[in-house]
Design a protein around this ligand. Structure first.
Ligand code: IPE
Ligand code: IPE
Ligand code: MG
Length: 226
């Protein structure tokens, strides 16, 4: 069973273009994208071999966007989490944020912590949302923590000090671009990378199943032989 992805990570890209193609405001694409988060999370929670789903929701670089779009994304996130809580509980999904939450409003941070605590007993899928997340920022914060505690910096200690200590098996990017955009740089060292032109709001379970099927056929050598 070792060739099944236990940790899937997704760069959910293409919300804005999905909306623009329809003559809609970019915010509509983010709203539709939030629905895709729900369907893909439900799919993964129904497949117990998938233990962890990490979704890139807001990067450390996304603050560069117009103020109104950033404000909308913050509101959408809060709205999404509040609405999602009963569904997390019903589906036994544990919510775990990663990233530096400190720049978020007190209200948003409170909601994030509330949902995290309320689902901490859930034993099914772990849905990790990357919020104000950047791979470089995460590594720098981890190193700073070790330095503060005067601990030696090794691959193990640094890996353990990260927000997400879990290697990615399968990394998917929607939206047609071939880049990592600062997502899970450390954890993706040996991830299998899949890129699709599908815009995130159009991404459906069938496409994820097809990607997982391809993933299963890949021989992962981790630097060894056969
Ligand atoms: C991804 O979709 C969602 C976030 C980065 C918040 P985009 O908003 O980047 O959509 P495109 O890439 O502009 O189409
Ligand atoms: C990556 O998408 C970030 C998220 C999906 C949250 P971006 O749209 O921000 O990435 P770039 O700017 O195309 O690299
Ligand atoms: Mg984008």
């Amino acid at each position: 069973m070792s060739n099944l992805p236990t940790h899937i990570a997704i760069i959910m890209d293409g919300n804005g273009r999905w909306a623009s193609l329809r003559g809609l405001n970019r915010t509509k694409g983010h709203e539709k994208g939030a629905e895709t988060v729900r369907t893909i999370t439900t799919f993964c929670s129904n497949h117990p071999e998938i233990k962890r789903l990490t979704l890139y929701a807001f990067s450390t670089e996304n603050w560069k966007r117009p103020r109104l779009e950033v404000e909308f994304l913050m509101k959408l996130l809060e709205r999404y989490l509040k609405k999602e809580l009963p569904i997390y509980l019903e589906e036994n999904v544990r919510f775990e944020p990663i990233g530096d939450l400190s720049p978020f409003s007190a209200s948003l941070r409170k909601t994030i912590t509330r949902v995290e605590k309320a689902t901490s007993h859930c034993t099914g899928l772990i849905q990790s949302l990357a919020l104000n997340y950047g791979g470089r920022d995460e590594i720098a914060r981890a190193a700073e923590r070790l330095n503060r505690d005067s601990l030696p910096i090794t691959v193990e200690s640094l890996g353990d000090a990260l927000d997400s200590r879990h290697d990615v098996d399968l990394l998917i990017r929607t939206g047609g671009d071939y880049r990592l955009s600062n997502f899970l740089l450390w954890q993706s060292a040996y991830a299998e990378l899949f890129f699709t032109d599908t815009l995130w709001p159009d991404f459906v379970e069938e496409e994820l199943i097809a990607i997982i099927e391809k993933f299963k056929g890949v021989e992962r050598r981790f630097g060894g032989l056969q």
